[in-house]
Design a protein around this ligand. Structure first.
Ligand code: ACO
Length: 432
């Protein structure tokens, strides 16, 4: 944000005129600063769902929804997905620049040497029912980290914030993999520091003490890409939740647990699970028209999962990368004529030509193909959102750090338009 506004907007309320400064970002829409609006006019702004509200000034991630562009610290997501790798992207998001070779080596070392969980946490897992959803376990276990790592919860201490950040990035794969292992009744598999981040996660999910497990490099690369594509997405619902939780100075583990809870919903991170379920329900290409009609029917709550996005009004750039990855992984596992893939491709083709979808700018989002990839990799649908949460943790942490280090930061406290009852007297139970 520029220090001094060069332009302003004028608003007149009840005969009183107020000048509101306009600030320009580097790219993207400018903002009208309404902070003094209430003090000067006695009015709030009304914006349910925050469709027109910038909640913060950030330099991390930029999305141009009309162009279908996603930049992490200025770098396009497709370049990062093709040429970089997840831990380098983590460094970029956390520290603002691509690392030198020495910086990357040091960062990878720090992450790798924090991947184990406190051994007592295994008892914590055992308190859950075996059929608990991995996201239910993740909400609990991530929040519980603050009970195990007291030495990194003082948010006023830079060093502690740094350690907490590295710990979160390092431990999330272990937490997610163990949620999976617990749900299938297999022993927890400890991290292996000789494997890279993505391969280590797959090892913890799929190996057992009984036999050697070899992580296929194509699978590890696909996993790495999924994580890179999901690493950050500016002020979405879960990130805003993390920031709001953090604005009260809550510790970082508690804030990330709040983000995990928000991500779980089917309108957000749960969409890839819902999308795969939908593709399976459709089953065959000939049933697609029936589902398209349902999606258009105002009286039917059904929506095409994996379609539409609050910000993208063009093809989600992550969906393009994910589509390529889906082909690679399906080829590797020898499934080139999967009915689900056929349904997905045909659904995409039809909807891109259908006026309802064209008018509303509804394009496939990243979740449309990520479920197919994860399923082909051997993950059950219940793990999809957990993998999303693991991948997004670095974005949450980067955004949380940015907020905590912002001198303008204040506790988040939205206001409301109250349309309930006015003050009235309590009526005794016998008189109601
Ligand atoms: N299928 C059918 N119609 C849709 C869909 C869909 N998936 N998404 C939006 N629409 C329609 C709405 O009915 C509405 O139509 P109308 O103008 O005739 O009333 C119009 O498009 C606008 O819809 P909104 O709900 O206002 O759009 P919003 O930006 O609030 O919603 C959302 C975005 C929640 C993602 C929505 O598109 C949706 O529910 N999609 C399916 C779930 C999904 O895939 N979520 C993943 C998001 S990406 C992520 O979290 C990583």
């Amino acid at each position: 944000m520029t220090e001094t506004a060069k332009r302003s907007a004028t608003i007149s309320v009840d005969g009183k005129t107020v000048e509101l400064p306009i600030y320009d970002g580097t790219v993207g829409p400018s903002v009208i600063d309404v902070r003094k609006l209430y003090a000067e006019t006695g009015h709030f702004t009304y914006d349910p769902g925050f469709t027109s509200t910038a909640s913060c000034d950030s330099i991390i991630t930029y999305i141009d929804g009309d162009k279908g562009e996603l930049l992490y610290r200025g770098y396009p997501i497709d370049q990062l997905a093709d040429d970089s790798h997840y831990l380098e992207v983590c460094y970029l998001l956390l520290y603002g620049e691509l690392p030198s070779a020495a910086q990357l080596e040091d960062f990878e070392f720090r992450v790798t040497t924090h991947t184990m969980l406190h051994e007592q946490m295994t008892n914590f897992y055992r308190g859950f029912r075996r059929d608990a959803h991995p996201m239910a376990i993740m909400c609990g276990v991530v929040g519980a980290l603050s009970a195990f790592y007291h030495d990194s919860t003082d948010i006023t201490d830079l060093e502690q914030r740094e350690i907490a950040s590295v710990r979160m990035v390092a431990k999330m794969p272990t937490i997610a993999a163990w949620a999976y292992k617990y749900s299938i009744g297999q022993p927890f598999v400890y991290p292996r520091n000789d494997l890279d981040y993505a391969a280590n996660f797959m090892h913890m999910c799929f190996s057992t003490p009984c036999e050697e497990y070899h992580v296929d490099p194509i699978m590890a690369r696909a996993m790495d890409r999924i994580m890179t594509l999901h690493a950050d997405h500016e002020q979405n619902a879960s990130t805003s939740t993390v920031r709001l939780a953090g604005s009260s100075n809550a510790n970082p583990f508690a804030c990330i647990a709040a983000g995990v809870a928000c991500l779980w919903g089917p309108a957000h991170g749960g969409a890839n699970e819902a999308c795969l379920a939908m593709l399976k329900e459709i089953g065959t290409v000939d049933r697609i028209p029936e589902f398209i009609e349902r999606a258009k029917d105002k009286d039917d709550p059904f929506r095409l999962m994996g379609f539409g996005h609050r910000v993208y009004k063009n093809y989600d750039p992550r969906a393009k990368v994910m589509q390529e990855t889906a082909k690679e992984v399906l080829e590797l596992v020898g499934v080139t004529d999967s009915p689900i893939l056929q349904v997905a491709q045909e659904l995409e083709r039809i909807s891109l030509e259908d006026q309802y979808f064209i008018d509303r700018k509804l394009y496939p989002n990243v979740d449309f193909y990520s479920g197919i990839v994860l399923s082909a990799m051997g993950f059950p649908t219940s793990m999809f959102t957990a993998i999303f949460a693991m991948s997004r943790t670095v974005g949450w942490i980067a955004q949380w750090k940015e907020m905590v280090e912002d001198p303008q930061q204040r506790i988040g406290r939205p206001r409301q338009l109250y349309s309930g009852a006015g003050a009235r007297n309590y009526v005794d139970l016998s008189k109601r």
